[in-house]
Design a protein around this ligand. Structure first.
Ligand code: CP
Ligand code: NVA
Length: 306
């Protein structure tokens, strides 16, 4: 693994290795062990969209591994004034040991990796959110003991979260079912790939998708950058909610997940959010551990303790 750009680039073994290391780093942290794998390393974090979890978990994660992180708002760098990614990548590669970027187009992340000479991590694009899905897979294994044969149902918009969950879930042996309104389906290339595995379904019927699900997952109706579509989306997504009925259609042992931020009363009922807050906030916590694993694997030279 040279970069983390999208789930498609990772093999099942690589995903499992990242999550095994994430579990170990989580145990180390709980025991109060100080890790120093990234001593002297600097991560640049470019944000062209807002963030709470991604920014804070990357920054804290670098610090906990003995390194440092620089927050680079697109508004305050020359990127925001039109400096090309090709140039930014070549300049930053001379200062930093790794770049995390949150932006709109997946092609910008791919371009950063192509033109730079240091590892690039996708911190969310309109197409993918691999860091979130690694933490999600870690959380699912914690709660369910594994992934093989489980049914993961995603209710909502077929964009970054759905795309990455389909790929990550299927690669780890799960069946993935998506419920979205017509016109909001996941990426067509990903659906074509998923269809061939025989473990994928996309429907507009929420109850059908949720039937006997082991994991129910949802995300906002209007993502970052889609704020001006929010009114229309509120109409189009009405009913695409994880609520009492959805949970009742699922397996009795279902876990409910949300990448956050959540909008109670829209994609998730307030009662369901509270009843399943343990797994949802464990999921948020795992962003830290999963990303620390990615950082060690991409930026670290050895895993020895200094
Ligand atoms: N889930 C997630 O990526 O959250 P932030 O937008 O707060 O980083
Ligand atoms: N789909 C959401 C995910 C936020 C973590 C967005 O892109 O805004």
């Amino acid at each position: 693994m040279k970069h983390l750009l999208k789930m498609e680039d990772l093999s099942s073994d690589e995903i499992e290795d990242i999550i095994d290391l994430a579990d170990q780093l989580k145990k180390d942290k709980k025991k109060g062990k100080r890790n120093k794998e990234l001593k002297g390393k600097t991560l640049g974090m470019i944000f062209q969209k807002s963030s709470t979890r991604t920014r804070v978990s990357f920054e804290a994660g670098m610090y906990q591994l003995g390194g440092e992180a620089l927050f680079l708002s697109a508004h305050d760098t020359q990127l925001g004034r039109g400096e090309p990614i090709e140039d930014t990548a070549r300049v930053l590669s001379r200062y930093l040991d790794g770049i995390m970027i949150r932006t709109f187009a997946q092609s910008d992340v791919e371009k950063m990796a192509k033109w730079g000479s240091i590892p690039v991590i996708n911190g969310l694009t309109d197409y993918a959110h691999p860091c979130q899905v690694l933490a999600d897979l870690q959380t699912i294994r914690e709660y369910k003991g594994g992934w093989e044969g489980l049914k993961l149902t995603f209710v909502g918009d077929g964009n970054n979260m759905a795309n990455s969950l389909i790929v990550g879930g299927i690669k780890m042996g799960m069946k993935v079912s998506i419920a979205c309104p017509p016109g909001y389906e996941p990426d067509s290339g990903i659906m074509k790939w998923a269809d061939k595995t025989g473990r994928f379904q996309c429907t507009s019927d929420v109850q059908e998708a949720a039937d006997q699900a082991d994991v129910l997952y949802t995300d906002v109706w209007a993502s970052m950058g889609e704020e001006n579509e929010a009114l229309q989306r509120n109409v189009d997504f009405s009913g695409y909610q994880i609520n009492k009925e959805t949970v009742e259609a699922a397996a009795s042992t279902v876990m409910v997940m949300h990448c956050l931020p959540a909008h109670r009363g829209m994609e998730i009922g307030a009662d369901i959010m509270e009843q399943h807050s343990k797994e949802i906030f464990d999921q948020a916590e795992n962003r830290l551990h999963a990303q620390k694993a990615v950082l060690v694997l991409l930026l670290g030279e050895t895993c020895s303790e200094a």
